[in-house]
Design a protein. Sequence first.
Length: 69
Amino acid sequence: MPLTFAGLNEDHIIQSINGNTETKRFLEKLGFIQGTKVSVVSSINGNVIVNIKDSRIAIDAQMARHIMV
C-alpha cells in the first residue's frame, strides 16, 4: 500500500519505491530505501511527516504515493 494510507505511529517497512529514475534518486537521498523502517507521525490530505532513520521528514502526497510499505 502507498505510504499515504499507512496508519499513524505504526512501524512499516518500505517494500519498494515507484516512479521515474529522478524520483527514486530523490527519495533515496532522503533515506527512503527498500527495507528501511518508517512510521507516519502526521498526515493531512495525503501530505505526511515521517520518522525515518532517526529523522523527521515531510513529503507531499504525490511523493508519498511512490513509496510502498
